[in-house]
Design a binder for this molecule. Structure first.
Ligand code: IMP
Ligand code: MG
Length: 175
């Protein structure tokens, strides 16, 4: 894979924006009358979180969890490690956990485990992308932006060797 060639667009910025509108409506509807704490998994979920957050009409607080499993390759190198923890008290809160992509499912499993240990009222999960073919556990997200095939993707927050997060679209790298 190359860092110099431009990624090939597979989801346009317009398509992403349209999907996020629908997704946010579902979330707003589901949590009507409640307040939530949105927990974003850094770094990949940063763009998705920023866009989703601005479409939420329910009262929302934000916190971030940093979990990493990838070094600079395109496959997980180790079990996910929590390298940055939450600042909030989770007791009695409704948690919406947000990540960029559900791949093997290890990151989300780790995050849910961590959050559960702090006794929130509820935990739901929302991912921008779901690569179901790669799953090594039974993790299912409550809300999914797009289901995608087993290809390494970049843009809209997702990186390859730290690059391409800034792209407004989702792309795949030319092989
Ligand atoms: P997991 O395999 O479900 O634990 O996903 C681990 C993390 O790997 C995700 O949160 C992403 O940050 C990253 N990841 C997985 N697949 C891709 C991809 O296709 N492109 C970029 N990052 C990815
Ligand atoms: Mg990530």
């Amino acid at each position: 894979m190359s860092l110099t060639n431009q990624p090939i667009e597979i989801l346009s910025a317009e398509r992403i924006a349209k999907r996020l509108k629908d997704l946010s409506q579902e979330i707003n509807h589901f949590y009507e009358g409640k307040e939530i704490l949105l927990v974003s998994i850094l770094d990949g979920a940063i763009i998705f979180t920023a866009d989703l957050l601005r479409l939420l009409t329910i009262p929302t607080q934000l916190d971030c969890l940093r979990i990493s499993s990838y070094g600079s390759s395109t496959s997980p190198e180790s079990a996910p490690q929590i390298t940055g923890s939450l600042k909030s008290d989770l007791q009695g809160k409704h948690i919406l956990l947000v990540d960029d992509i559900l791949d093997t499912g290890n990151t989300m499993e780790r995050a849910v485990h961590e959050i559960s240990s702090h006794n929130p009222d509820s935990i739901k999960t929302c991912v921008f992308l779901d690569k179901a073919e790669r799953r090594t556990n039974h993790f299912l997200a409550d809300w999914v932006g797009f289901a995608i095939p087993n290809e390494f993707v970049v843009g809209y927050g997702l990186d390859y060797k730290g690059r391409f997060r800034e792209l407004p679209y989702l792309g795949k790298l030319p092989s």
